[in-house]
Design a protein around this ligand. Structure first.
Ligand code: NAD
Length: 247
């Protein structure tokens, strides 16, 4: 991270009348949740999330899902926000960003105090019945699974309960279209901690008027950005806030 990169990013934020942020798994690695693609530590290295978290396994091999994929999700629910999540909540409070679009399902932007959050891949707070649509707290699913009720069943209609996370094969929630509209009507999008390999979310940066990318490694969309900063999200965002408040 160079001072020149920070100054460039700060100027883009100051000059923008509406800025949105798009976050990915990389913003949560400092909270102890592995991302999918970082070399050596990414989840992809140990287990294939495209299978474990797929509608095909959820619906056709529900027992396998509740023994494997479900546990991957539960590993996220105890995590705490890190300085990058807190910095974004602060930037919203100070009026530098309108809100956060996140691909993450770990609830950490909520826990850090962000107010306007669009969760385009769902969350790990709730689940719902695939038959009658009743929404329940995720803890109800957890308790049922711990009591060996696999798959967990809806108390109202007996249908299978599933987490409200978007699996490979699922449609995206309304938040995705709202996110696209927000970015189309913004001057600037800041992408943080995403390889931008996951479609259709990686369409969002392509409709941005101006783009800043903050990511440990180069991404496939670096050439679209006004500026890229290849460093840890928490350190970069704290430095940007210092610089914004200085001027
Ligand atoms: P990804 O794993 O494809 O890419 C993460 C990127 O973050 C990598 O390029 C890596 O270099 C970078 N990175 C890692 N640590 C960083 C740090 N401290 N600061 C800055 N950058 C850092 O993640 P993705 O693009 O979000 O795609 C993965 C998909 O998997 C998403 O759709 C998401 O829903 C899901 N996922 C979510 C979580 C979570 O909720 N925390 C965790 C794993 C995967």
């Amino acid at each position: 991270m160079s001072l020149e990169e920070i100054k460039k990013a700060t100027k883009l934020i100051k000059d923008s009348s509406k800025t949105m942020v798009l976050t990915g798994a990389g913003i949560s690695t400092e909270s102890g949740i592995p991302d999918f693609r970082s070399p050596g530590t990414g989840l992809w290295e140990n287990i294939d999330p495209m299978e474990a978290l797929s509608t095909s396994v959820l619906y056709n091999n529900t027992e396998k899902f509740y023994k494997e994929g479900f546990n991957m999700l539960l590993n996220m629910t105890d995590a705490e926000p890190n300085r990058a999540h807190y910095a974004l909540a602060e930037m919203e409070r100070l009026g530098y960003i309108k809100g956060v679009i996140t691909q993450n399902i770990d609830n950490l932007h909520y826990k850090a105090g962000s107010k306007y959050i669009l969760e385009v891949h769902g969350n790990t707070r709730e689940g719902s019945c695939i038959k009658c649509g009743t929404i329940v707290d995720l803890n109800i699913l957890i308790n049922k699974v711990n009591n060996k009720e696999i798959p967990p069943k809806c108390d109202k209609c007996g249908g299978i309960l599933r987490p409200d996370v978007v699996f490979f094969g699922d449609m995206l929630p309304d938040d995705f279209n709202i996110a696209l509209q927000e970015v189309e009507t913004s001057d600037l999008l800041i992408v943080i901690g995403s390889s931008l390999m996951v479609s259709p979310v990686n369409y969002i940066p392509q409709v941005a008027k101006k783009l800043i990318i903050i990511n440990m490694e180069p991404t496939i969309m670096d050439s679209l950005a006004e500026t890229t900063i290849h460093d840890k999200a928490g350190k970069v965002l704290e430095t940007i806030i210092e610089e914004l408040e200085k001027e």
